[in-house]
Ligand binder design. Structure first.
Ligand code: NAD
Ligand code: DAU
Length: 344
């Protein structure tokens, strides 16, 4: 919603901009808005960071390779680029990895956020959108929805680290009058998603006639939102959200995992015999469902992409961009930075 009173960012820092949602957000800024801000992407390029996601825009934004935990680098990046607003995506984002080893989740998601907050405060940043998740609320039973006033009750080390970072942002708002805003979104899908997450994993396995590993009985529920809709919601919050507020973002689109897996197989004309029920994720949250009425009521945002059109377009994108995911699988994508940037 671009009302005349809307905040107009001029120099945005996008942390984690080489990841799935961050790169789609940068693309969204270039393609779907007339704001034309200068964009700086700060990204460590972990396994999840892929600069090929932004190859179409090489030269049109500033890329800084680095760790959000590196206070000196963060301070320098914000001050040299005279950043006025920050959209903070950088995180370790995969629940299964946090179960295998969570130290880096604590470091990046909690300490990294803290470092950013300090540097933003020192440099008079005007708006700071902290991109959080519905997982901070924990799990729902068969009924009910997460609202912004639900208690924080995270399950996995990933979710706990995001919840902790939310609390630090809120403490800066209360203590220092810091211009922080928090978004809590449901599960995203769309192009450029790393094929460790449910939807791209199932699509790319189905292409190759590999087994589709469904955890437990496949009846866990998630609320799916296309990443372009998430990008639009984040920009809405950046421009018109109220400082200190939390905004839930969701797709009004609850589905069981098994329904999604079967839909992917059907779309690709592959047999359901590829489905393999495997050992459940420890402490697997049963159901997420977002009440996104606040952001609709107060800021006028609601999802524009139906799941039917979004998932069809996403499957088609993976079909047409086989070289993208093949390069992810072979690890070749990690040489892009050295090829394109290291000598600049
Ligand atoms: P992702 O894993 O695809 O991307 C994360 C990005 O952060 C990568 O580019 C990575 O290189 C970078 N990064 C990681 N550690 C870093 C560090 N220490 N310093 C600098 N950069 C670092 O994640 P995503 O799925 O795009 O999620 C982005 C954000 O949105 C996360 O904060 C996540 O918690 C949140 N979120 C994700 C979803 C979802 O469904 N994927 C839903 C709601 C919220
Ligand atoms: O709800 C928002 C969250 O959604 C984000 O905060 C996280 O960053 C993001 O990773 C996502 O978390 P989930 O754990 O819900 O997503 P994931 O794609 O890992 O799993 C979705 C569901 O599918 C979940 O119930 C577990 C199940 N699953 C997942 C994988 C990878 C399977 O059954 N098999 C699998 O192989």
């Amino acid at each position: 919603m671009n009302s005349p009173q809307a905040y107009s960012p001029k120099r945005i820092l996008v942390t984690g901009g080489a990841g799935f949602i961050g790169s789609n957000f940068v693309r969204y800024l270039f393609e779907k808005t007339s704001l034309n801000p200068s964009i700086t992407v700060l990204d460590k390029l972990t396994y999840a960071g892929n600069l090929e996601n932004l190859a179409d825009y090489d030269g049109k934004y500033t890329f800084v390779k680095g760790d959000i935990c590196d206070a000196e680098l963060v301070e320098k990046t914000i001050s040299e680029s005279q950043i006025d607003s920050i959209v903070h995506f950088a995180a370790e984002s995969h629940v299964d990895r946090s179960i295998l080893g969570s130290k880096v989740f604590t470091e990046t998601n909690i300490l990294g956020t803290h470092v950013l907050l300090e540097a933003a405060r020192n440099n008079g940043v005007e708006r700071f959108v902290h991109v959080s998740t519905d997982e901070v609320y924990g799990s729902l039973g068969e009924t009910g929805y997460f609202t912004e006033t639900n208690p924080i009750d995270p399950t996995s080390p990933y979710a706990a680290s995001k919840a902790a970072s939310d609390l630090i942002v809120q403490s800066y708002v209360k203590t220092h009058g810091f211009p922080g805003l928090i978004t809590r979104c449901s599960n995203n899908y769309g192009p450029y998603q790393f094929p460790e997450k449910l939807i791209p994993l199932m699509i790319t396995n189905a292409f190759r006639d590999k087994e589709l590993p469904v955890y437990g009985d496949g009846r866990n529920v998630r609320d799916w939102l296309h990443t372009d809709d998430h990008g639009a919601a984040i920009l809405t919050v950046l421009q018109t959200g109220k400082v200190g507020e939390v905004y839930n973002i969701g797709g009004n689109n609850e589905m069981r995992n098994i329904e999604i897996v079967k839909l992917i197989l059907k779309t690709l004309g592959k047999p359901e015999s590829l489905i393999k029920f495997v050992k459940d994720r420890p402490a697997h949250d049963k159901r997420y469902a977002i009440d996104a009425s606040k952001i609709k009521r107060e800021l006028g945002w609601e999802p524009a992409i139906t799941f039917e059109e979004g998932i069809a377009a996403t499957i088609e994108w993976y079909q047409q961009n086989e070289s993208w995911w093949q390069r992810v699988m072979t690890g070749e994508y990690q040489s892009y930075y050295n090829e394109q940037y290291a000598n600049r």
